[in-house]
Write a protein that binds this ligand. Structure first.
Ligand code: PMP
Length: 404
């Protein structure tokens, strides 16, 4: 059955559509931190950050259904819930960053942010981290060395080597590379947990980068698609620890708990300059049903203090992982509910990392991999992942390590 579905899938979704795990997951339902497979097996989800407040969360489902029964239009009509939601998002960000443009995905949000930065600065250049992923549109793919490979980046993109560039951080080499290429910089953009680079904390470097890019007339963009909405806790945003206020913040993934909603949030001055010479509208972006989903997510996060919980569970998980003495483990790192375990003490060991991820899957726990050589285990559960779930993960992990 699974195999037959796999064949049909590859015929209709295309051969390039990858599946996770050696033995793919055939999911039929999900609730909280549990995904149920077709044969009834329950998998502990320690990977899916989109199901932020838990899979199939009833309050979010109800909010979507109630709004869909009442009204679903677009941002060209006045609608209370859309404005109220934008105000609420703005209130969660620093005072200067308040104008919200809705989008349908993180890729679209970044695409718009890039376009906005280029429009208001009149420049074309971009600086990103050396293994960044920022999206699947032409513009964002061009700034995603994780997908394109460093050698295929266009001349308007320069990179900062990560994690090396966190020590003695400087944009200078990237700035001079862009100026030689005839593309002065419009912006620097960073995923504030450096997820695709292998999960690092860029906080001190971000402050330096913000000063340097502004000194040359460019903008600082925080891509909060991964880190945002309390994943790194206790703050809602990854950039908070750096003390900077970005010029543009992009949001996505967990924002609607699976309902597609994303956003670009910026200052009134940038929004005005963009409106003077640019235009943006997207049919589904910021529709009332999306706003209802987003509101319900924020309600739950606040009522359950999920960012604080994410930090507590993440910290204790990391300390338990760090106490495991195994030759495959090089380092345990991360922030809040975003943990990386680097595999391979002397050299990056992608094969062992892959075996661990598949071994965990066989023990009914879902995790993933990231990093330049994909040797960093990525543990990034829904925020409702509690201490009891962390214990289950640890049991499966020690069992998997013992079987290597
Ligand atoms: N930015 C970052 C940091 C991401 O991790 C991703 C997706 N993994 C995106 C942008 C693109 O988001 P989406 O897949 O929703 O388009």
């Amino acid at each position: 059955m699974g195999n037959e579905l796999q064949q049909r899938r590859s015929r209709v979704l295309g051969p390039g559509m990858r599946l996770s795990y050696n033995r793919p997951v055939h999911a039929v339902s999900a609730e909280g931190v549990w995904i149920t497979e077709a044969d009834g097996t329950k998998l502990l989800d320690a990977y899916n950050n989109v199901a932020h407040v838990g899979h199939s969360r009833p309050e979010v489902v109800e909010a979507i259904a109630a709004q869909a029964r009442t009204l679903n239009t677009n941002t060209r009509y006045l609608a209370d819930i859309v404005v109220a939601y934008a105000e609420r998002i703005g209130a969660l960000l620093p005072d200067e960053v308040k104008v919200v443009y809705f989008a349908n995905s993180g890729s679209e949000a970044n695409d718009l942010a890039w376009r906005m930065a280029r429009t208001v600065t009149g420049r074309t250049g971009a600086i990103v981290s050396s293994h960044a992923y920022h999206g699947a549109t032409d513009l964002t793919m061009a700034t995603s060395p994780e997908e394109l490979g460093l050698e295929h980046l266009p001349p308007w993109v320069a990179t900062i080597d990560m994690p090396a560039g966190l020590h003695g951080p400087s944009l200078e080499p990237a700035l001079s590379e862009l100026s030689q290429a005839g593309h002065p910089p419009a912006f620097v953009a960073f995923d504030t947990v450096l997820s695709s680079d292998g999960i690092f904390d860029p906080s001190p470097a971000l402050a330096v980068f913000a000063d340097q890019i502004r000194a040359v007339g460019g903008l600082m963009i925080a891509d909060e698609v991964q880190a945002g909405f309390g994943r790194i806790g206790p703050s809602l945003w990854g950039f908070a620890a750096s003390g900077i206020t970005p010029d543009i913040v992009t949001l996505g993934k967990p924002m609607g708990n699976g309902h597609p909603i994303a956003a670009v949030v910026t200052t009134a001055s940038i929004a005005q300059r963009f409106a003077d010479s640019g235009y943006y509208f997207s049919t589904f972006a910021g529709n009332p049903v999306s706003a209802a989903a987003g509101m319900a997510v924020l309600d739950i996060m606040e009522a359950e203090a999920l960012p604080d919980a994410a930090l507590a569970v993440g910290d204790s998980l990391r300390s338990a992982l760090s106490s495991i003495d195994h030759p495959a483990i090089k380092e345990v790192r991360g922030r809040g509910a975003f943990t990386g375990v680097e595999i391979g003490q002397s050299v990056p060991d992608e094969a062992t990392a892959r075996s661990i991820v598949d071994g965990m899957r066989e023990r009914n726990v879902l995790i993933g991999r990231t990093g330049v050589t994909r040797n960093v285990l990525k543990i990034r559960p829904p925020l409702v992942f509690g201490p009891q779930h962390a214990d289950m993960l640890l049991d499966a992990f020690t069992d998997t390590l013992a079987s290597l």
